[in-house]
Design a protein around this ligand. Structure first.
Ligand SMILES: Nc1ncnc2c1ncn2[C@@H]1O[C@H](COP(=O)(O)OP(=O)(O)O)[C@@H](O)[C@H]1O
Ligand SMILES: CC(=O)OP(=O)(O)O
Ligand SMILES: [Mg+2]
Length: 407
């Protein structure tokens, strides 16, 4: 069975076409810088790599380009779209309704749309992706795999906010957490690399990409995570503020005459690294280059980014009463030796962690970067949300499960 996986991130679409009979990737790629000038499609067919530079304004245009590339005589791997049996979509916000993956029908799509206001950067591109795919591949089964699902195991001590309880009852205002598919995969790989059952391990997974979150995974279950009611809470991100004093919101509304929607937009799209660099950069590569070259604005922004990660690691060591391993993943976590080195060497010595700088000098490798003597193991584990999505999708199609079996 061939499964196409679509992962519409806030600024990118990752895709993979997999043959699930042997879990091989037939083709995969990454369309980057959507809505920013200089969009580029990096497409891989087997070991052959291609690059297509073409400005892509939105996710729907991007998907069109990806599907035509998959069918292309030279770059493609299928003759006809009918070869694709199912499409697995990454969907960011599933609320409390979706604790596992589901087959998409009109009702499911409506529920996902109803959650869109909770994840304004994510559910809208996810929905665009689903709708465009249904149009382009009308005969394929469509499955949604939610970022929130893995974190449904959290206890109320981690997911309730200390605000009047009736807001939880009335509106389901609580911590949901995101990047769950990634935290689930990375924690499982970490246990496999340690050669121990996940049920015996305390693992902190540091997913730092354009969006960023940390999870405390105790004995295989997410017990806490830094993103909250929406993907805005927690770490400093590319354009998102992460944690701030909630009193700043009404203060800015009053001082600047802004509406709630405008403040939300500022916190989601104009803050984070972009805000700290005075609107110059949200891409970590540019900030890192600046910091290394001695640009004081980039250096301070990077220092703040590292510091917030370190504070959360400390919090989750406390939450789990210990930690066995810390794994870095996603765009920045996998590719930036500089980030990993600064977080570990500046802040984590007290845990008895020793970084092996030679091992750390590596991009997109799956490996240990702590020394053999390090009391807590530190790893790079490239995430594979696509494989998890493809497995869930194939399982739902093979077992002919529909949404009613699952929620
Ligand atoms: N070599 C690198 N060094 C530092 N950061 C990198 C590197 N390669 C990619 N990144 C960063 O990774 C981020 C994108 O991560 P990714 O996980 O793909 O994001 P998302 O899924 O949220 O769109 C960008 O900020 C980019 O700058
Ligand atoms: C939930 C989230 O932040 O996703 P992304 O990393 O794709 O922005
Ligand atoms: Mg991502």
């Amino acid at each position: 069975m061939k499964v196409l996986v679509i992962n519409c991130g806030s600024s990118s679409i990752k895709y993979q076409l997999l043959e699930m009979d042997n879990e091989t990737v037939l083709a995969k790629g990454l369309l980057e810088r959507i809505g920013i000038s200089g969009s580029k499609l990096k497409h891989k067919k087997g070991s052959e790599k291609y690059e297509i530079s073409k400005d892509v304004a939105n996710h729907k245009e991007g998907l069109n380009l990806i599907i035509s590339t998959l069918k292309d005589e030279e770059l493609g791997v299928i003759k006809d779209t009918s070869e694709i049996s199912a499409v697995g979509h990454r969907v960011v916000h599933g609320g409390e309704l979706f604790a596992s993956s589901v087959r998409i029908n009109e009702r499911v799509l409506k529920e996902i749309e109803a959650n869109a206001f909770l994840a304004p950067l994510h559910n809208p591109p996810n929905i665009q992706g689903i709708k465009a795919t249904i149009e382009l591949l009308p005969d394929a089964a469509q499955v949604a795999v939610f970022d929130t699902a893995f974190h449904q195991s959290m206890d109320p001590i981690a997911y309730l906010y200390a605000i009047p309880y009736n807001y939880y009852e009335k509106y389901k205002v609580r911590r949901y957490g995101f990047h769950g598919t990634s935290h689930r995969y990375v924690s499982a790989r970490t246990a496999a690399l340690l050669g121990k059952p996940i049920e015996e391990l305390k693992i902190i997974t540091v997913h730092v990409g354009n969006g960023a979150s940390i999870a405390a995974v105790k004995y295989g279950k997410s017990v806490d995570t830094s993103m909250g009611f929406t993907p805005l809470e927690g770490l400093v991100m590319g354009t998102r503020s992460g944690d701030i004093d909630p009193a700043i919101v009404p203060f800015l509304q009053e001082q600047e005459g802004l509406s709630p929607k405008e403040v939300t937009e500022i916190l989601n799209k104009k803050s984070g690294m972009l805000g700290l660099t005075r609107g110059q950069y949200s891409d970590m590569r540019e900030i890192e280059d600046g910091a290394i070259a001695g640009d004081s604005i980039c250096k301070l922004a990077h220092d703040i980014y590292e510091y917030r990660i370190a504070k959360y690691i400390g919090a989750y060591v406390a939450a789990m009463n210990g930690v066995d391993a810390i794994s870095f993943t996603a765009g920045v976590g996998e590719n930036s030796p500089y980030l990993r080195k600064n977080v570990v060497n500046k802040y984590l010595g007290y845990l008895g962690i020793e970084l092996d700088e030679k091992e750390n000098d590596c991009k997109a490798c799956e490996k240990f970067i702590s020394t053999p003597d390090s009391a807590v193991k530190v790893l790079i584990v490239p995430t594979n949300e696509e494989l998890v999505i493809a497995r869930d999708t194939a399982e739902i199609v093979e077992k002919n499960l529909n949404e009613l079996n699952l929620w």
